[in-house]
Design a protein around this ligand. Sequence first.
Ligand code: TRP
Length: 334
Amino acid sequence: MSTNREIVMSGIRPTGYLHLGNYFGAMRNYVKMQDEYDCYFMVADLHSLTTHPDTKELRENVKRVFAENIACGLDPEKVAFYCQSHVHETSELYLYLNMMAYKGELEKTTTFKDKVRQQPDNVNAGLLTYPVLQTADIILHRAKYVPVGKDQEQHLEMARNFVNRFNHRYGEVFPEPFAFNFGGELVKVPSLDGTGKMSKSENQNATIYLADDDEVIRKKIMKAKTDQGPAEPNTPKPDYIENIFQLMRLVSDASTIEKFEADYNNCVIRYGDMKKQLGEDMAKFIAPISEKAAFIQNDEVYLRKVMEQGAEKARASAAKTMELVRAAMGLNYF
Ligand code: TRP
């Protein structure tokens, strides 16, 4: 990878399908960054073992995540796009960092507490040290910028703590990593049921996945909540209506949006027509991405090449860092 550009690293968990929220949030952000930074994008298969120990599903999921991300514009020639388990240095660094992570702080982590509630029968040590592994992922490339959503802020804060402890104990090896988004605020993609954002696990009918076919997309959109329409001109929009407009702004032409804005303000809006239009525009937007993803996912030869090439780039960077780490720690005995 080229030399003096700043380093970006992020991880994608291979659980669940990519949805519109991922596309307009994370994915577009990655694609914009690939020309200006040295980017390491990783599929976090080891992390997924903390919650999904069955690797049968994992195999397909990992391939799909690769295919979907490439279909969205991630270019494996420009970035290092790799699988976490292919870079063994990660596990070595994780082990060293574990000696600097305290039980108390790990137990206080919000995501850990959530998981304890969600899977009380499998509160494994990997769950507890999840943020340590994530720190290893990031600092293995001595990355400074980590494009992630709000839910990862606490993990980043922990990463900075681990980095500072390491540097203080063994000498300056790592820069502090920070959450970062290219071009400011991430676009929010509202869910179709009027509550919050589209998300992987919650209401599947309120989330549009890149793998949904045209018919499914149309149906999901037609089910979005609406009402009788405004009774007076220029009434502020209720949230669930604003959400439909917001989705339209992501995929429809300016003239279409203007028409429905005007209809709304003049109290002549027909939500059935609006949703029909949005369904068409959304299907048209997603079809080329999902077709491309399906095509790539079936091309085992290509996928394998991508993974190998990504792992090679990631290992080259990791090997350099680990030399520094072992030297700083005094693990080079002669
Ligand atoms: N924890 C992240 C998530 O749940 C995934 C992840 C793993 C990650 N390793 C990372 C994100 C390194 C950023 C950097 O989405």
